[in-house]
Write a protein that binds this ligand. Structure first.
Ligand code: NAD
Ligand code: UPG
Length: 436
Protein backbone atom coordinates (compact mmCIF):
# COMPACT_ATOMS: atom_id res chain seq x y z
CA UNK A 1 0.00 0.00 0.00
CA UNK A 2 1.44 3.42 -0.98
CA UNK A 3 0.82 6.21 1.47
CA UNK A 4 0.80 9.97 0.92
CA UNK A 5 1.28 12.41 3.79
CA UNK A 6 0.08 15.94 3.06
CA UNK A 7 1.84 18.61 5.17
CA UNK A 8 5.50 18.29 6.17
CA UNK A 9 5.37 19.95 9.60
CA UNK A 10 6.06 18.22 12.94
CA UNK A 11 3.11 15.86 12.60
CA UNK A 12 3.47 15.12 8.88
CA UNK A 13 7.19 14.35 8.99
CA UNK A 14 6.81 12.24 12.14
CA UNK A 15 3.84 10.31 10.70
CA UNK A 16 5.73 9.77 7.44
CA UNK A 17 8.76 8.38 9.27
CA UNK A 18 6.60 6.27 11.60
CA UNK A 19 4.79 4.63 8.68
CA UNK A 20 8.10 4.09 6.85
CA UNK A 21 9.50 2.50 10.01
CA UNK A 22 6.43 0.23 10.06
CA UNK A 23 7.33 -0.97 6.56
CA UNK A 24 5.14 1.11 4.23
CA UNK A 25 6.15 3.12 1.15
CA UNK A 26 5.60 6.75 1.97
CA UNK A 27 5.59 10.02 0.02
CA UNK A 28 5.68 13.35 1.85
CA UNK A 29 3.97 16.29 0.12
CA UNK A 30 4.21 20.00 0.88
CA UNK A 31 3.67 23.08 -1.31
CA UNK A 32 6.69 24.66 0.41
CA UNK A 33 9.41 23.71 -2.09
CA UNK A 34 12.36 24.71 0.07
CA UNK A 35 10.99 22.43 2.82
CA UNK A 36 10.77 19.55 0.30
CA UNK A 37 14.31 20.24 -0.97
CA UNK A 38 15.68 20.12 2.58
CA UNK A 39 13.83 16.91 3.46
CA UNK A 40 14.99 15.25 0.21
CA UNK A 41 18.57 16.06 1.24
CA UNK A 42 18.07 14.56 4.70
CA UNK A 43 17.77 17.91 6.49
CA UNK A 44 14.87 18.55 8.88
CA UNK A 45 13.22 21.97 8.47
CA UNK A 46 12.82 22.19 12.28
CA UNK A 47 14.61 20.85 15.36
CA UNK A 48 13.28 17.55 16.71
CA UNK A 49 15.61 15.07 18.45
CA UNK A 50 15.96 11.68 16.74
CA UNK A 51 13.90 12.59 13.70
CA UNK A 52 16.92 13.58 11.59
CA UNK A 53 18.58 10.15 12.00
CA UNK A 54 15.33 8.39 11.10
CA UNK A 55 14.95 10.65 8.04
CA UNK A 56 18.45 9.89 6.75
CA UNK A 57 18.02 6.15 7.41
CA UNK A 58 14.76 5.92 5.46
CA UNK A 59 15.95 8.17 2.61
CA UNK A 60 18.93 5.83 2.17
CA UNK A 61 16.68 2.74 2.11
CA UNK A 62 14.34 4.37 -0.43
CA UNK A 63 11.30 3.90 1.82
CA UNK A 64 10.42 7.60 1.78
CA UNK A 65 10.37 10.27 -0.94
CA UNK A 66 9.24 13.90 -0.98
CA UNK A 67 7.43 16.02 -3.55
CA UNK A 68 5.53 19.27 -4.13
CA UNK A 69 3.53 17.86 -7.06
CA UNK A 70 0.09 17.25 -5.67
CA UNK A 71 -1.55 15.81 -8.83
CA UNK A 72 1.01 13.01 -9.24
CA UNK A 73 1.12 12.36 -5.50
CA UNK A 74 -2.68 11.92 -5.22
CA UNK A 75 -2.65 9.71 -8.34
CA UNK A 76 0.07 7.39 -7.03
CA UNK A 77 -1.10 6.78 -3.43
CA UNK A 78 -4.21 4.98 -2.17
CA UNK A 79 -4.09 6.18 1.43
CA UNK A 80 -3.75 9.92 2.11
CA UNK A 81 -3.04 11.43 5.55
CA UNK A 82 -3.95 15.09 6.12
CA UNK A 83 -1.34 16.62 8.45
CA UNK A 84 -1.67 20.27 7.40
CA UNK A 85 -1.82 23.13 9.90
CA UNK A 86 -5.08 24.29 11.52
CA UNK A 87 -4.04 27.65 13.01
CA UNK A 88 -6.22 29.98 15.08
CA UNK A 89 -8.44 32.33 13.12
CA UNK A 90 -8.84 35.93 14.35
CA UNK A 91 -12.00 34.92 16.31
CA UNK A 92 -10.30 31.94 18.00
CA UNK A 93 -11.91 29.33 15.74
CA UNK A 94 -9.76 26.80 13.89
CA UNK A 95 -8.86 28.10 10.43
CA UNK A 96 -9.56 25.18 8.07
CA UNK A 97 -8.20 26.85 4.94
CA UNK A 98 -5.34 24.33 4.50
CA UNK A 99 -7.64 21.35 5.16
CA UNK A 100 -10.07 22.65 2.50
CA UNK A 101 -7.26 23.19 -0.06
CA UNK A 102 -5.89 19.71 0.60
CA UNK A 103 -9.35 18.08 0.39
CA UNK A 104 -10.11 19.86 -2.90
CA UNK A 105 -6.80 18.80 -4.41
CA UNK A 106 -7.60 15.19 -3.49
CA UNK A 107 -11.08 15.48 -5.06
CA UNK A 108 -9.66 16.95 -8.28
CA UNK A 109 -6.82 14.47 -8.74
CA UNK A 110 -8.04 11.08 -7.42
CA UNK A 111 -8.18 8.51 -10.26
CA UNK A 112 -9.87 5.81 -8.10
CA UNK A 113 -10.92 4.94 -4.51
CA UNK A 114 -8.95 6.80 -1.81
CA UNK A 115 -8.86 6.43 1.98
CA UNK A 116 -8.37 9.90 3.49
CA UNK A 117 -7.16 10.03 7.11
CA UNK A 118 -7.43 13.31 9.05
CA UNK A 119 -4.53 13.58 11.51
CA UNK A 120 -4.66 17.35 11.92
CA UNK A 121 -6.54 18.67 14.97
CA UNK A 122 -9.92 19.74 13.59
CA UNK A 123 -13.23 20.85 15.13
CA UNK A 124 -16.14 18.48 15.53
CA UNK A 125 -17.92 18.14 12.19
CA UNK A 126 -14.82 18.62 10.02
CA UNK A 127 -14.84 14.99 8.87
CA UNK A 128 -18.27 15.56 7.28
CA UNK A 129 -17.07 18.85 5.84
CA UNK A 130 -14.04 17.15 4.23
CA UNK A 131 -16.37 14.59 2.61
CA UNK A 132 -18.31 17.51 1.08
CA UNK A 133 -15.19 19.36 -0.09
CA UNK A 134 -13.79 16.24 -1.80
CA UNK A 135 -17.16 15.42 -3.41
CA UNK A 136 -17.64 18.99 -4.69
CA UNK A 137 -14.14 19.02 -6.22
CA UNK A 138 -14.56 15.72 -8.09
CA UNK A 139 -15.11 15.86 -11.84
CA UNK A 140 -16.73 12.41 -11.82
CA UNK A 141 -18.11 10.57 -8.80
CA UNK A 142 -15.47 8.21 -7.36
CA UNK A 143 -15.88 6.52 -3.97
CA UNK A 144 -13.70 7.36 -0.98
CA UNK A 145 -13.75 7.23 2.83
CA UNK A 146 -12.67 9.85 5.35
CA UNK A 147 -11.44 8.68 8.76
CA UNK A 148 -10.54 10.82 11.78
CA UNK A 149 -7.31 9.69 13.45
CA UNK A 150 -6.09 12.49 15.74
CA UNK A 151 -2.43 12.74 16.69
CA UNK A 152 -1.18 12.99 20.30
CA UNK A 153 2.60 13.41 19.88
CA UNK A 154 4.52 16.09 21.77
CA UNK A 155 7.24 18.23 20.25
CA UNK A 156 10.63 17.24 21.64
CA UNK A 157 9.64 13.55 21.84
CA UNK A 158 7.67 13.25 18.60
CA UNK A 159 9.10 10.01 17.21
CA UNK A 160 9.05 8.17 20.54
CA UNK A 161 5.45 9.29 21.15
CA UNK A 162 4.47 8.10 17.67
CA UNK A 163 6.20 4.72 18.09
CA UNK A 164 4.81 4.17 21.60
CA UNK A 165 1.38 5.80 21.67
CA UNK A 166 -0.89 5.39 24.70
CA UNK A 167 -3.75 4.68 22.30
CA UNK A 168 -4.84 5.06 18.69
CA UNK A 169 -8.20 6.76 18.11
CA UNK A 170 -10.07 5.88 14.91
CA UNK A 171 -13.25 7.79 14.11
CA UNK A 172 -14.93 6.02 11.22
CA UNK A 173 -18.33 5.25 9.71
CA UNK A 174 -17.07 2.36 7.57
CA UNK A 175 -15.77 -0.98 8.93
CA UNK A 176 -13.65 -1.79 5.88
CA UNK A 177 -11.93 1.58 6.01
CA UNK A 178 -11.37 1.12 9.76
CA UNK A 179 -9.68 -2.24 9.21
CA UNK A 180 -7.51 -0.78 6.46
CA UNK A 181 -6.24 1.95 8.77
CA UNK A 182 -5.87 -0.48 11.67
CA UNK A 183 -3.67 -2.71 9.48
CA UNK A 184 -1.26 0.18 8.87
CA UNK A 185 -0.60 0.37 12.61
CA UNK A 186 -0.72 -3.37 13.39
CA UNK A 187 2.95 -3.48 14.47
CA UNK A 188 2.27 -0.95 17.24
CA UNK A 189 1.21 -2.47 20.54
CA UNK A 190 -1.37 -0.17 22.08
CA UNK A 191 -5.15 -0.10 22.51
CA UNK A 192 -7.15 1.01 19.46
CA UNK A 193 -10.39 2.87 20.16
CA UNK A 194 -12.86 2.78 17.27
CA UNK A 195 -15.59 5.37 17.50
CA UNK A 196 -17.63 7.91 15.52
CA UNK A 197 -15.71 10.65 13.66
CA UNK A 198 -17.25 13.43 15.80
CA UNK A 199 -16.23 11.63 18.99
CA UNK A 200 -12.67 11.17 17.71
CA UNK A 201 -12.51 14.87 16.86
CA UNK A 202 -13.69 15.86 20.33
CA UNK A 203 -11.36 13.40 22.12
CA UNK A 204 -8.37 15.30 20.75
CA UNK A 205 -9.57 18.70 22.02
CA UNK A 206 -10.77 17.25 25.32
CA UNK A 207 -7.36 15.65 25.95
CA UNK A 208 -5.41 18.87 25.33
CA UNK A 209 -7.88 20.93 27.35
CA UNK A 210 -7.67 18.51 30.29
CA UNK A 211 -3.85 18.59 30.29
CA UNK A 212 -3.90 22.39 30.19
CA UNK A 213 -6.41 22.36 33.06
CA UNK A 214 -3.99 20.34 35.21
CA UNK A 215 -1.26 22.89 34.48
CA UNK A 216 -3.41 25.94 35.28
CA UNK A 217 -4.68 24.24 38.44
CA UNK A 218 -1.18 23.59 39.75
CA UNK A 219 -0.06 27.07 38.65
CA UNK A 220 -2.85 28.80 40.53
CA UNK A 221 -2.15 26.66 43.60
CA UNK A 222 1.52 27.68 43.20
CA UNK A 223 0.53 31.31 43.80
CA UNK A 224 -1.01 30.27 47.13
CA UNK A 225 2.13 28.26 47.96
CA UNK A 226 4.25 31.37 47.35
CA UNK A 227 2.17 33.19 49.97
CA UNK A 228 2.13 30.28 52.43
CA UNK A 229 5.80 29.35 52.21
CA UNK A 230 4.95 25.86 51.00
CA UNK A 231 6.81 24.25 48.08
CA UNK A 232 4.40 23.46 45.20
CA UNK A 233 6.71 20.71 43.89
CA UNK A 234 6.25 18.79 47.17
CA UNK A 235 2.48 19.28 46.95
CA UNK A 236 2.52 17.98 43.35
CA UNK A 237 4.45 14.85 44.41
CA UNK A 238 2.01 14.26 47.26
CA UNK A 239 -1.13 14.54 45.17
CA UNK A 240 0.35 12.92 42.04
CA UNK A 241 0.90 9.60 43.86
CA UNK A 242 -2.86 9.17 43.94
CA UNK A 243 -3.51 7.19 40.74
CA UNK A 244 -6.82 8.97 40.31
CA UNK A 245 -4.87 12.24 39.96
CA UNK A 246 -1.65 11.05 38.27
CA UNK A 247 1.83 12.59 38.51
CA UNK A 248 2.04 14.05 35.01
CA UNK A 249 1.39 17.66 34.00
CA UNK A 250 1.65 18.96 37.54
CA UNK A 251 4.88 20.92 37.04
CA UNK A 252 4.22 24.50 38.12
CA UNK A 253 5.83 27.17 35.98
CA UNK A 254 5.31 30.33 33.98
CA UNK A 255 2.48 28.72 32.01
CA UNK A 256 1.90 26.53 29.00
CA UNK A 257 2.69 27.64 25.46
CA UNK A 258 3.30 26.04 22.09
CA UNK A 259 1.43 25.56 18.85
CA UNK A 260 -1.28 23.34 20.36
CA UNK A 261 -2.70 24.09 23.83
CA UNK A 262 -3.46 27.81 23.33
CA UNK A 263 -4.99 27.40 19.86
CA UNK A 264 -6.88 24.19 20.60
CA UNK A 265 -8.46 25.54 23.78
CA UNK A 266 -9.60 28.66 21.93
CA UNK A 267 -11.06 26.47 19.19
CA UNK A 268 -12.93 24.34 21.73
CA UNK A 269 -14.28 27.44 23.49
CA UNK A 270 -15.40 28.70 20.08
CA UNK A 271 -17.22 25.42 19.34
CA UNK A 272 -19.02 25.67 22.70
CA UNK A 273 -20.02 29.29 21.98
CA UNK A 274 -21.44 28.22 18.62
CA UNK A 275 -23.76 25.99 20.66
CA UNK A 276 -24.63 28.75 23.17
CA UNK A 277 -22.50 27.19 25.90
CA UNK A 278 -19.77 28.61 28.10
CA UNK A 279 -17.06 26.18 29.19
CA UNK A 280 -16.36 28.17 32.34
CA UNK A 281 -13.58 25.98 33.72
CA UNK A 282 -11.67 26.24 30.45
CA UNK A 283 -12.18 30.00 30.34
CA UNK A 284 -10.48 30.20 33.75
CA UNK A 285 -7.71 27.84 32.56
CA UNK A 286 -6.89 30.36 29.85
CA UNK A 287 -7.15 33.30 32.26
CA UNK A 288 -4.76 31.71 34.79
CA UNK A 289 -2.33 30.83 32.02
CA UNK A 290 -2.35 34.31 30.54
CA UNK A 291 -1.61 35.92 33.91
CA UNK A 292 0.87 33.38 35.34
CA UNK A 293 4.14 34.77 33.90
CA UNK A 294 3.05 38.34 34.69
CA UNK A 295 2.19 37.35 38.29
CA UNK A 296 5.72 36.06 38.89
CA UNK A 297 7.41 38.85 36.90
CA UNK A 298 5.79 41.33 39.31
CA UNK A 299 7.16 39.39 42.31
CA UNK A 300 10.61 39.26 40.73
CA UNK A 301 10.54 42.97 39.88
CA UNK A 302 9.86 43.69 43.57
CA UNK A 303 12.88 41.55 44.52
CA UNK A 304 15.07 43.57 42.17
CA UNK A 305 13.51 46.93 43.06
CA UNK A 306 12.68 47.59 39.41
CA UNK A 307 13.47 46.16 35.97
CA UNK A 308 13.94 49.69 34.70
CA UNK A 309 17.56 50.21 33.62
CA UNK A 310 18.53 46.64 34.62
CA UNK A 311 20.17 44.09 32.33
CA UNK A 312 18.25 40.81 32.35
CA UNK A 313 19.25 37.48 30.82
CA UNK A 314 16.32 35.42 29.49
CA UNK A 315 17.29 31.76 29.04
CA UNK A 316 15.24 29.28 26.99
CA UNK A 317 12.92 31.03 24.54
CA UNK A 318 11.32 27.91 23.04
CA UNK A 319 7.95 26.99 24.60
CA UNK A 320 9.57 23.89 26.12
CA UNK A 321 12.98 22.19 25.92
CA UNK A 322 14.12 20.06 22.94
CA UNK A 323 12.31 22.11 20.31
CA UNK A 324 13.07 25.30 18.38
CA UNK A 325 9.37 26.21 18.33
CA UNK A 326 8.67 29.62 19.87
CA UNK A 327 4.96 29.75 19.01
CA UNK A 328 3.08 31.12 22.07
CA UNK A 329 6.24 30.63 24.17
CA UNK A 330 5.91 32.25 27.63
CA UNK A 331 9.45 33.65 27.18
CA UNK A 332 8.26 35.83 24.30
CA UNK A 333 5.56 37.41 26.53
CA UNK A 334 8.14 37.96 29.28
CA UNK A 335 10.50 39.65 26.82
CA UNK A 336 7.67 41.94 25.63
CA UNK A 337 6.93 42.95 29.23
CA UNK A 338 10.62 43.59 30.00
CA UNK A 339 10.97 45.69 26.85
CA UNK A 340 8.18 47.96 28.14
CA UNK A 341 10.00 48.46 31.43
CA UNK A 342 13.16 49.67 29.65
CA UNK A 343 15.31 46.73 30.70
CA UNK A 344 18.15 45.60 28.46
CA UNK A 345 17.54 41.96 27.55
CA UNK A 346 20.15 39.35 26.65
CA UNK A 347 18.65 36.13 25.29
CA UNK A 348 19.97 32.59 24.99
CA UNK A 349 18.50 29.31 23.74
CA UNK A 350 20.33 26.10 22.77
CA UNK A 351 18.47 25.95 19.42
CA UNK A 352 15.59 28.44 19.10
CA UNK A 353 16.25 31.81 17.48
CA UNK A 354 14.57 35.15 18.11
CA UNK A 355 12.84 36.37 14.94
CA UNK A 356 15.02 38.97 13.18
CA UNK A 357 12.23 41.55 13.55
CA UNK A 358 12.58 41.46 17.37
CA UNK A 359 16.27 42.43 17.46
CA UNK A 360 17.10 45.93 18.71
CA UNK A 361 19.71 47.69 20.83
CA UNK A 362 17.57 46.71 23.82
CA UNK A 363 17.21 43.03 22.86
CA UNK A 364 19.94 40.72 21.59
CA UNK A 365 20.55 36.97 21.39
CA UNK A 366 23.96 35.44 22.17
CA UNK A 367 25.45 32.05 21.33
CA UNK A 368 27.02 31.14 24.67
CA UNK A 369 25.48 31.06 28.13
CA UNK A 370 28.55 32.83 29.59
CA UNK A 371 28.36 35.72 27.11
CA UNK A 372 24.61 36.05 27.66
CA UNK A 373 24.70 36.44 31.43
CA UNK A 374 27.81 38.67 31.51
CA UNK A 375 27.14 41.74 33.76
CA UNK A 376 23.43 40.91 34.13
CA UNK A 377 21.38 41.96 37.16
CA UNK A 378 19.20 38.86 36.97
CA UNK A 379 18.74 35.63 35.05
CA UNK A 380 15.20 34.48 34.18
CA UNK A 381 14.93 30.78 33.25
CA UNK A 382 11.97 30.17 30.93
CA UNK A 383 12.33 26.60 29.65
CA UNK A 384 14.08 23.68 31.27
CA UNK A 385 16.79 22.90 28.73
CA UNK A 386 19.37 20.40 30.00
CA UNK A 387 22.38 22.75 29.53
CA UNK A 388 20.80 25.13 32.08
CA UNK A 389 20.13 22.34 34.57
CA UNK A 390 23.67 20.96 34.34
CA UNK A 391 25.45 24.36 34.17
CA UNK A 392 27.98 25.10 36.93
CA UNK A 393 26.07 28.01 38.46
CA UNK A 394 28.65 28.26 41.27
CA UNK A 395 31.25 29.26 38.67
CA UNK A 396 28.90 31.35 36.54
CA UNK A 397 28.01 33.59 39.49
CA UNK A 398 31.18 35.67 39.09
CA UNK A 399 29.98 36.81 35.65
CA UNK A 400 26.82 38.40 37.04
CA UNK A 401 26.50 41.96 38.32
CA UNK A 402 23.84 40.80 40.82
CA UNK A 403 23.22 37.10 41.62
CA UNK A 404 19.45 36.96 41.07
CA UNK A 405 18.29 33.60 39.64
CA UNK A 406 14.58 33.67 38.78
CA UNK A 407 13.55 30.14 37.91
CA UNK A 408 10.34 30.05 35.86
CA UNK A 409 10.35 26.24 35.66
CA UNK A 410 11.67 25.22 39.11
CA UNK A 411 14.50 23.43 37.34
CA UNK A 412 17.40 24.31 39.64
CA UNK A 413 18.27 23.37 43.22
CA UNK A 414 17.21 26.46 45.21
CA UNK A 415 18.84 25.27 48.46
CA UNK A 416 22.22 24.75 46.83
CA UNK A 417 22.08 28.04 44.93
CA UNK A 418 21.08 29.96 48.07
CA UNK A 419 24.06 28.45 49.90
CA UNK A 420 26.25 29.63 47.00
CA UNK A 421 25.08 33.19 47.59
CA UNK A 422 22.38 33.47 44.96
CA UNK A 423 19.05 35.25 45.50
CA UNK A 424 16.96 32.36 44.15
CA UNK A 425 13.24 32.54 43.44
CA UNK A 426 11.07 29.94 41.74
CA UNK A 427 7.38 29.34 41.12
CA UNK A 428 5.20 28.33 44.05
CA UNK A 429 7.75 28.65 46.78
CA UNK A 430 9.00 31.36 49.06
CA UNK A 431 12.61 30.42 49.52
CA UNK A 432 13.40 32.93 52.24
CA UNK A 433 10.29 32.05 54.27
CA UNK A 434 10.81 28.30 53.80
CA UNK A 435 14.40 28.38 55.08
CA UNK A 436 14.17 30.84 57.95
N1 NAD B 1 2.92 20.17 16.50
C1 NAD B 1 2.45 19.22 17.28
O1 NAD B 1 3.10 18.83 18.24
C2 NAD B 1 1.11 18.59 17.01
C3 NAD B 1 0.75 17.41 17.70
C4 NAD B 1 -0.51 16.83 17.46
C5 NAD B 1 -1.38 17.41 16.53
N2 NAD B 1 -1.00 18.55 15.88
C6 NAD B 1 -1.92 19.08 14.87
O2 NAD B 1 -1.46 18.60 13.59
C7 NAD B 1 -1.63 19.59 12.57
C8 NAD B 1 -0.29 19.95 11.95
O3 NAD B 1 0.54 20.49 12.94
P1 NAD B 1 2.09 20.83 12.67
O4 NAD B 1 2.63 21.41 13.91
O5 NAD B 1 2.76 19.65 12.04
O6 NAD B 1 1.91 21.97 11.55
P2 NAD B 1 3.00 22.89 10.86
O7 NAD B 1 2.41 24.23 10.79
O8 NAD B 1 4.34 22.67 11.48
O9 NAD B 1 3.08 22.29 9.37
C9 NAD B 1 2.01 22.23 8.48
C10 NAD B 1 2.55 22.00 7.06
O10 NAD B 1 1.46 21.83 6.17
C11 NAD B 1 1.83 22.38 4.91
N3 NAD B 1 0.65 22.57 4.05
C12 NAD B 1 -0.23 23.61 4.03
N4 NAD B 1 -1.16 23.41 3.08
C13 NAD B 1 -0.88 22.22 2.49
C14 NAD B 1 -1.49 21.46 1.44
N5 NAD B 1 -2.60 21.88 0.81
N6 NAD B 1 -0.94 20.29 1.09
C15 NAD B 1 0.15 19.82 1.71
N7 NAD B 1 0.78 20.50 2.71
C16 NAD B 1 0.27 21.68 3.09
C17 NAD B 1 2.56 23.65 5.31
O11 NAD B 1 3.37 24.16 4.23
C18 NAD B 1 3.38 23.17 6.51
O12 NAD B 1 4.66 22.70 6.10
C19 NAD B 1 -2.34 20.76 13.29
O13 NAD B 1 -3.72 20.57 13.15
C20 NAD B 1 -1.92 20.60 14.74
O14 NAD B 1 -2.86 21.16 15.63
C21 NAD B 1 0.22 19.14 16.09
O1 UPG C 1 3.54 19.86 33.95
C1 UPG C 1 3.65 20.59 32.95
C2 UPG C 1 3.66 20.07 31.62
C3 UPG C 1 3.77 20.95 30.56
N1 UPG C 1 3.86 22.29 30.78
C4 UPG C 1 3.94 23.22 29.64
O2 UPG C 1 2.89 22.90 28.72
C5 UPG C 1 3.27 23.23 27.38
C6 UPG C 1 2.99 22.07 26.46
O3 UPG C 1 3.84 21.00 26.77
P1 UPG C 1 3.68 19.55 26.09
O4 UPG C 1 2.30 19.10 26.26
O5 UPG C 1 4.75 18.69 26.62
O6 UPG C 1 4.04 19.88 24.58
P2 UPG C 1 3.25 19.90 23.19
O7 UPG C 1 4.23 19.49 22.16
O8 UPG C 1 2.55 21.21 23.04
O9 UPG C 1 2.15 18.70 23.27
C7 UPG C 1 0.78 18.92 23.57
O10 UPG C 1 0.07 19.32 22.41
C8 UPG C 1 0.16 18.38 21.31
C9 UPG C 1 -0.54 19.00 20.13
O11 UPG C 1 -1.91 18.88 20.17
C10 UPG C 1 -0.47 17.06 21.75
O12 UPG C 1 -0.40 16.13 20.69
C11 UPG C 1 0.26 16.53 22.99
O13 UPG C 1 -0.36 15.32 23.43
C12 UPG C 1 0.21 17.59 24.08
O14 UPG C 1 0.95 17.15 25.22
C13 UPG C 1 4.75 23.62 27.45
O15 UPG C 1 4.85 25.03 27.44
C14 UPG C 1 5.22 23.09 28.81
O16 UPG C 1 6.25 23.86 29.37
C15 UPG C 1 3.84 22.80 32.08
O17 UPG C 1 3.90 24.02 32.27
N2 UPG C 1 3.73 21.92 33.12
Amino acid sequence: MNILIMGMGYVGVTTALLLTELGWNVTGLDPNESRIRMLSQGVLPFYEPGLDDALRKHLASGGITFTSEVDMAVCDNEVIFLCVGTPSGSDGSADLRFIKEAAESIGKNMPGYRLVVIKSTVPVGTNEQVVQWITQAQLTAISFDVISNPEFLREGSALRDALEPDRIIIGSENDQATERLRSLYEKLSCPVVVTKPKTAELIKYAANAFLATKISYINELARLCTKLGVNIADVAVGIGMDHRIGAHFLRAGIGYGGSCFPKDIHALLFTAQEHDLSLTILEKVVQVNQSQAVYYLDIWEQLLGSFNGKTIAVLGISFKPDTDDIREAPAIGIIAKLLKSSAVIRVHDPVAKLPGSMYSEQLQQFDSLEETIQDCDAVILCSEWKPYITADWGQLKSLLKQPFLLDGRNMLDGAQLTSQGYHYSGIGMNWTQMHK
